[in-house]
Write a protein that binds this ligand. Structure first.
Ligand SMILES: Cc1cc2nc3c(=O)[nH]c(=O)nc-3n(C[C@H](O)[C@H](O)[C@H](O)COP(=O)(O)OP(=O)(O)OC[C@H]3O[C@@H](n4cnc5c(N)ncnc54)[C@H](O)[C@@H]3O)c2cc1C
Length: 520
């Protein structure tokens, strides 16, 4: 049997596999996505889209398609809450504000979008950009490294790829076959994620919220709004020894009717997805020609909604590097910086989401003990409240595909919530509005770009350059003088900064260093 060939194989057609494929397709790099399921997911998991993910979707040209159908859920900060109560409209224990939807520091809103819609929109954009590149019902097995390629089976076909991206999710096998060890607390609880239809929206008496955590004398259930009206998710905590077999649909529906406080409203259980909260970060994101992204690389606790968001940032970090390597514009050594940059970011995020989980568990424990004053106290002092700008926009890469300029990181008292916009190498290039109404972020995505305060650098085929408007906050925000500028990577991170005019040839030399062209 002859082998099919592709430069890049992506294993897994979940959101991270699809997003990687779309980023590559928009860079004219062909790839094939192999998905073992019959089609896209029909069960929504992730809902919370961070501002940084929204910026990535904006770059991909799909933000409006995701945001418009769902913006009513977050159109008021009053609705961006986790309300803790005896039932949807029962006695309230307290409320924790979630991320505010809009910030002047980003052109991307934080919003609430069912993962099913995220996958559909990514898939349709991919079908436009690279028709037929997703192969459903193709389970990848028998992955082996050959000399300069990766060989595997997909369904009953044999394939050879120059590079393989394992986007096969939390349960994916590829990292195990590569003997990649993971770090993290591991099993923190077993759950059923229940997707249900019940018309609660009109009965909430104005109590709008994205999350309702029901804590009553004998119940703990977490409801997540899917459309704010008649579609919801319910996270049910399993007791030791329990599994999905203990919860047939009629038993779940009865439990939902009781927990909701609306026993008379009919409930239809649409689907049930068991899952284990097992936060862990893979110790390696690259093994030779195989790269891990999404949950395959890092599995977060859902408290804080950062799993998909972390995965998307990793795909964004990886895609431009892989595209440069495939085009022969960078050494494969550039791909080591993917792990160097994203592993630390994932560990930091994991630590934050684990702390979130511990805080949530403390509230639940107090409820189980019916210590309601303590429940109220813990909710009112919960550390999850805050802008979360730091963890969202402030992820920095101290080393990797960046050239340090000798400056210290800008201090942050509260790294989770504080985000001082700055142009230090390794930071996300800060947003500001251009004269034509676009964001400066809209200049990124296609190759490297040099943002100059006043004086354009010499023309080069290796990067584009753009002089910033005189009255813009560019120089002050990015920390350069009138002759200076910054070199920004395709993923919108500052690669290098010159406070003053770069010496002749300095930008091209820096670019060669970043792409490992002179040191492979
Ligand atoms: C209950 C719950 C709530 C969550 N809420 C949030 C949230 O609010 N915000 C957030 O950011 N994250 C959230 N997450 C996390 C989020 O769902 C995941 O981070 C996200 O799905 C990861 O995407 P992925 O593409 O890496 O993996 P997946 O979505 O798991 O996709 C992997 C795909 O690979 C396929 N596959 C696996 N093995 C193979 C193979 N050998 N061959 C072919 N195909 C294969 C699978 O069928 C699957 O389609 C939540 C997770 C859960 C469980």
């Amino acid at each position: 049997m002859s082998s099919n060939q592709t430069p890049i194989a992506i294993v897994g057609g979940g959101p991270c596999g699809l997003a990687t494929a779309l980023l590559l397709a928009q860079s004219q790099i062909p790839c094939v996505v192999f998905e073992k399921k019959l089609g896209l997911s029909t069960h929504p998991k992730a809902m919370g889209i961070s501002r940084r993910s929204a910026e990535i979707f904006r770059q991909l040209g799909i933000l409006e398609a995701l945001y418009e159908p769902t913006r009513h859920l977050t159109d008021s900060p009053d609705a961006c809450l986790n309300i803790f109560a005896r039932s949807f409209t029962g006695e309230e224990w307290g409320r924790i504000p979630l991320t505010e939807p809009v910030s002047p520091l980003s052109p991307g809103p934080s919003f609430h979008c069912p993962q099913t819609l995220t996958e559909q929109v990514l898939f349709h954009a991919l079908e436009q950009a690279a028709p037929g590149c997703v192969r459903f019902q193709h389970e990848v097995t028998s992955v082996t490294h050959a000399d300069n390629s990766v060989e595997f089976r997909a369904g009953d076909e044999r394939w050879t790829a120059d590079w393989l991206i394992a986007a096969d999710g939390a349960g994916g096998q590829i990292r195990h076959e590569l003997h990649v060890v993971s770090d993290g607390p591991g099993d923190m609880g077993h759950f059923l994620n229940v997707y249900l239809r019940a018309a609660y929206g009109p009965h909430l008496n104005g109590r709008r919220s994205l999350l309702f955590t029901v804590l009553s004398d004998d119940l703990v259930e977490v409801f997540v709004a899917v459309n704010g009206d008649d579609l919801w998710l319910m996270h049910h905590f399993l007791q030791p020894g329990e599994g999905p077999e203990n919860y047939p649909a009629d038993k779940l529906a009865a439990q939902i009717r009781r927990a909701s406080g609306f026993p008379e409203i009919p409930v239809e259980v649409l689907s049930v997805s068991p899952w284990v909260m097992s936060p862990k970060v893979s110790r390696h994101f690259r093994r030779g020609r195989i790269l891990l992204v999404g949950d395959a690389a890092a599995r977060m606790s859902p408290a804080g909604g950062l799993g998909l968001n972390t995965g998307l940032q990793s795909t964004h970090n990886l895609a431009w590097k892989l595209a440069a390597v495939v085009r022969g514009q960078a050494s494969p050594a550039l791909l080591d910086t993917y792990e160097e940059e994203r592993h630390g970011a994932a560990l930091w995020t994991l630590d934050h989401t684990n702390k979130n989980s511990v805080e949530v568990y403390a509230i639940i424990q107090a409820a189980v003990e019916r210590d309601w004053p303590q429940v109220r106290e813990l909710i009112s002092h919960n550390g999850r409240a805050g802008s979360r700008l730091g963890i969202d926009l402030g992820i920095e890469y101290p080393k990797g595909a960046v050239v340090a300029d000798g400056t210290d990181p800008v201090p942050r008292n509260d790294p989770i919530n504080d985000y001082p916009p700055n142009g230090r190498p390794g930071s996300r290039a800060p947003h500001f509005q251009l004269e034509d109404g676009r964001s400066v972020l809209d200049l990124f995505g296609k190759g490297f770009v040099f943002l100059a305060a006043e004086t354009p650098p010499p023309e080069s085929a290796k990067y584009r350059s753009q002089v910033m408007p005189r009255n813009s906050p560019f120089a002050a925000t990015y920390g350069v003088d009138s002759g200076g500028g910054v070199l920004v990577r395709p993923d919108g991170y500052v690669a290098a900064r010159w406070r003053n005019l770069p010496p002749t040839g300095a930008i091209e030399q820096t670019l060669a260093n970043i792409l490992w062209l002179d040191r492979a």
